[in-house]
Ligand binder design. Structure first.
Ligand code: HEC
Ligand SMILES: [Cu+2]
Length: 360
């Protein structure tokens, strides 16, 4: 086979690799597009290691090719070539250069390793958030504000967020690639972690530790807002008003919720003016303000929230297989049984009731 034919054989392989690797470039889940100081420092470490490694590779490859060509066996050459042993000069060079290169990598790495592991749990300016991983959802407790929410983490820009990472069941891992590296949520432990977001925006988060059937769907979103907007959000969560609608559908939804759902989910009771309900499932206080359902269905436009809620309530297992919520209705062929046997009208009533839970 001619040489050029061999080269052409590799081209499709290279093209395929380009496509596969460019799949890693999704803007929302990349470490190469940092949105805060923690992620910036980590990207800098990645780049400095990469530059040093590429430089070493290039230099070694050039010397290797040069030696192959320069000292190849020439036509007519017989006998063993002249043997060379030991060279102080060369040995010193190839010991000192790698040592210096390792220093270039080691100094910032060690410095940032300590810096990025700082514990802000006692810092009065930091926002303290306890993050509990559950199969397959995230619980966020604002420790000083005494607020609990799930899936959507709202944070102020420019402020250090001090995370207390815990787990209610198995190992999970809390990861917001554009804000910084991941850290594990282990049962029985509290791992400290911190992140900062520079600009307002929605940043995608993922569970990064295989934790069960729907691990890959254990998403959450971080919404960074200006400090003013954050204060308004906190105030709204502290005294939820719930648009206590008087429509018959809303009333029916409230009744069904109090009968079938409140054992697991917390909600704001407009009569007693208190947050009531269980803690086994995501708190649904001010659910109408949420920008996702279950951390993965986006409520982007008017009407999305109701549509997403209905999708979830008709068949939660279709959205997140293996999740621990019982089916509200009978779903033919579902592995999860229904304990509620709700009718479609009752589900519509629940959608009406939950989507009206807003702080303003
Ligand atoms: C046995 C406990 C249990 C009961 C009863 C229950 N749920 Fe759930 N629910 C869960 C769990 C667990 C999740 C989290 C699923 C996940 O994301 O993995 C959930 C998730 C949800 C979500 C999505 C939450 C979010 O953060 O976006 C909604 C909405 C919801 N449930 C509504 C209801 C309604 C309405 C009822 C009553 C008809 C109900 N649930 C009954 C356990 C329960
Ligand atoms: Cu997980």
């Amino acid at each position: 086979m001619k040489r050029w034919q061999t080269v052409w054989r590799i081209v499709p392989l290279l093209a395929m690799m380009t496509f596969i690797l460019s799949g890693c470039g999704i803007d929302e889940l990349t470490t190469l597009n940092p949105k805060g100081p923690v992620a910036e420092k980590q990207l800098w470490l990645i780049l400095i290691s990469l530059v040093v490694m590429i430089a070493v590779f290039v230099v070694v490859a050039i010397i290797y090719v040069y030696v192959l060509v320069r000292f190849r066996k020439r036509p007519g050459q017989t006998g063993v070539p002249k043997q060379v042993e030991g060279s102080h000069k060369l040995e010193i060079i190839w010991t000192v250069i790698p040592f210096l290169l390792l220093l270039v990598i080691a100094v910032p790495t060690v410095k940032y390793t300590f810096e990025l592991d700082k514990d802000y749990s006692k810092d009065p300016n930091a926002l303290q958030v306890k993050v509990t991983g559950h199969q397959f959802w995230w619980e966020f407790e604002y420790m000083n504000e005494k607020i609990v929410t799930a899936q959507d983490l709202v944070i102020p820009t420019g402020r250090t967020i001090s995370f207390h990472l815990e787990s209610a069941d198995v190992n999970h891992s809390f990861w917001v690639p554009t804000l910084g590296g991941k850290k594990d949520n282990n049962p029985g432990l509290t791992n400290m972690h911190y992140l900062v977001a520079d600009k307002p925006g929605v940043y995608y988060g993922k569970c990064a530790e295989l934790c069960g059937t729907s691990h890959a769907l254990m998403d959450f979103k971080v919404k960074a807002v200006t400090p003013d907007e954050f204060d308004r959000w906190i105030a709204g969560m502290k005294s939820p008003t719930g648009t206590a609608s008087t429509s018959a559908l809303y009333k029916e939804g409230e009744e069904v919720f109090k009968k079938s759902c409140i054992g697991c989910h917390a909600i704001f009771d407009t009569t007693t003016k208190q947050v009531v309900g269980g803690k086994a499932a995501p708190s649904l206080v001010n659910y109408g303000d949420r920008f996702t359902v279950a951390g993965m269905l986006f409520n982007r436009e008017a009407g999305d929230l109701k549509a997403n809620l209905k999708t979830w309530l008709v068949d939660p297992q279709a959205v997140k297989p293996g999740n621990l919520m019982p089916n509200p209705m009978t779903v033919p062929g579902s592995k999860m049984e229904t304990t509620m046997e709700l009718t479609e009208k009752q589900v519509d009533a629940l959608v009406e009731y939950l989507s009206a839970q807003k702080s303003k």
